[in-house]
Design a binder for this molecule. Sequence first.
Ligand code: PMP
Length: 313
Amino acid sequence: MAFESTRWVWMNGRCIPWEQATVHVSAHGLHYGSGVFEGIRCYETVDGPAVFRLDAHLDRLYASAAAYRMQIPFSKEELTEAVCETIARNGFTDCYVRPICYRGSSSLGLHPRNCPVEAVILTWPWGKYLGEESLEKGVRITVSPWRKFHSQMMPTAAKGCGQYLNSILAVQDAIERGFDEALLLNADGSIAEGSGENIFIVRDGVLITNGPEDSILLGVTRDCVLQFARDLGWKVETRSLSLNCLLESDEAFFTGTAAEVVPVCEVDGQQIGSGKRGPCTRVIQETFSRAASGRDSRHRAWLHPMAKSVIST
Ligand code: PMP
């Protein structure tokens, strides 16, 4: 259903019909998760559709690939054009964008030698990841029995396909137990992140989030929120967060491209702050929405207007 309106997929250099965008069962990436990906959003803005923080997402894609010694066979400029072409061909103005680069078919030894690096871009309309009502109502989360893997086990700053088995275990468990999302602690017992989101808390007027030493993915939305808070003149701290810090916070929220900025109202049945979306969370949500829709002149550079690209449909 989600993909119903998607007609074109960009694959290895050209747009092809959805039905033809297939992968062989012997692909290395299918067996071992040897691939890297991104999650990006295109928003309808006051100046037409624009891809939000495309530059930062593509930089992270190349950094993730480098962490796995994968050479993406396209330049950043080519992928920038390809993202815009895929969105335009499908006729979307507001959609999710999923570039993925994976090891294709050649051998199934663990060392992916000779397996070609394939590059694909999917686009589809995707509502708010944690539900349309999540932005206002917030979400109920649970501390996962699964820990986030330590950065000495896998490159946590990379968005590697196989790494997401960790997130899948956590979110399946959370949903089965009736929660909206999982919160993973790291190997040290501090808070890491949601299965697909970073976390922030507000305590006594200070905005606090954790950092790379806590085994988190360095989210692009997290970076936006840190910049907003600085623009607003708020006090900001980046440090490890214990579970107690979260439970005793005045407000907490998740950030992510798919989820956007979502209040966390309850952790394992314990209310956070007022149990409702807090005032700081609301300001950050509104600031995010202004930036993503082009209504914030300060952050215009974060928008890659589709019109900037030469699109041959
Ligand atoms: N952590 C994890 C594990 C994620 O999958 C995501 C989503 N990419 C995030 C954090 C948030 O990252 P971003 O804001 O770049 O989407």
